[in-house]
Ligand binder design. Structure first.
Ligand SMILES: C[C@](O)(CO)[C@H](O)COP(=O)(O)OP(=O)(O)OC[C@H]1O[C@@H](n2ccc(N)nc2=O)[C@H](O)[C@@H]1O
Ligand SMILES: Nc1ncnc2c1ncn2[C@@H]1O[C@H](COP(=O)(O)OP(=O)(O)OP(=O)(O)O)[C@@H](O)[C@H]1O
Length: 290
């Protein structure tokens, strides 16, 4: 098989409601996932030696704890006779602890690529379940469709939200998802909503008040961005996003971004580019094989 370079797109949580807490400590959520046409990039090259080597452009993420390494180990363990020599190069662009799901997306792109290269006898549903072992955000990236999510984020109902332009700002701090979900002040009792009834106005990110309080830089960035566009925290932060009607409006606002914040402009996508690229590349039709 020929080498493949595949994207690992970012996600936004267009809203995030915490509706309960399970006995195992995980939180029951209602959230709306949409992808961005911006993210990390992974190159997969088949090699003759029977080993998998993984390089990461961000050296502090290299090693066995990288979710890409963990995805490979999981598959090697589940399918000891299927795996073959492979080199994986990860080009990180997404900030760590940014709420953009970078690590989860890298893991999902890896699972999809391993299924392709090693011809794993796994349906997409099985692959998403395998991904859930790596993190609550992995299944939506494996599934590859914008979705209303429930459970801990793995019960997915595909949907087609509008695809505006977004300005995503990184306020320069990293937020640990675990620290937010473990915090006593996180509200955990939002009322359930019907997916079809969601609007920007009747939803919010329940983590936002707490993240504002713990990370004043996030609060400052939100107060700045809301002057230009409807704005919100994604995931547990630290990134925030504003919705714009045009690329120009988003880019013009980015040009005024105060230092030291950084940002990028991206379009909302309702289909992950990984899935369409793999469909093109593959002799295996990923959606119809099973
Ligand atoms: C905040 C979101 O990004 C929203 O999409 C996700 O819920 C987080 O997904 P993730 O980073 O893949 O999360 P995991 O790696 O599974 O878990 C990270 C930490 O968040 C907590 N966690 C995660 C998801 C969830 N529904 N409830 C939780 O309480 C877990 O207990 C864990 O301590
Ligand atoms: N390939 C990877 N890219 C980024 N982080 C990774 C990766 N592998 C493991 N991690 C670890 O995962 C943690 C958070 O990763 P990530 O950047 O995906 O968080 P996030 O963007 O806040 O995601 P989420 O929205 O899912 O909470 C960090 O502690 C990081 O060390």
């Amino acid at each position: 098989m020929t080498p493949l370079t595949l994207p690992a797109p970012a996600k936004l949580n267009l809203f995030l409601h915490v509706v309960g807490r399970r006995p195992d400590g995980y939180h029951a959520l209602q959230t709306l996932f949409q992808f961005l046409d911006f993210g990390d990039s992974l190159n997969f090259t088949p090699i003759a030696e029977p080993k998998v080597t993984i390089q990461c452009s961000q050296t502090d993420l290299a090693g066995p704890n990288n979710l890409v390494n963990r995805a490979v180990a999981l598959v090697q363990n589940e399918f000891p006779k299927h795996w073959r020599g492979l080199r994986i190069d990860i080009d990180k662009r997404l900030p760590t602890g940014g709420g953009l799901g970078g690590g989860s997306s890298d893991a999902a792109t890896t699972l999809l690529a391993l299924r392709h290269f090693w011809q794993l006898p796994l349906s997409m549903t099985d692959l998403a379940s395998l991904g859930l072992q790596l993190g609550a955000d992995v299944p939506v990236f494996v599934n590859g469709q914008a979705a209303f999510a429930e459970g801990i984020g793995e019960q997915l109902t595909p949907c087609q939200p509008q695809s505006p332009w977004y300005l995503v700002i990184h306020p320069g701090v990293s937020v640990s998802t675990q620290s937010i979900f473990q915090h006593p002040d996180l509200p955990r009792a939002s009322a359930l909503i019907q997916p079809q009834h969601w609007t920007w106005e009747n939803t919010r990110n329940d983590c936002e008040p707490l993240v504002r309080q713990l990370h004043p830089e996030v609060a400052n960035a939100l107060d700045w961005l809301v002057e230009y566009a409807p704005s919100r925290l994604t995931g547990t932060g630290a990134c925030i996003f504003g919705r714009f009607d045009s690329q120009t409006a988003a880019t013009d606002t980015l040009a005024q971004l105060p230092a030291p914040w950084t940002g990028f402009v991206a379009r909302g996508l309702n289909e992950s580019p990984v899935c369409s690229l793999l469909r093109q590349a593959s002799t295996v039709n990923l959606t119809k094989q099973y």
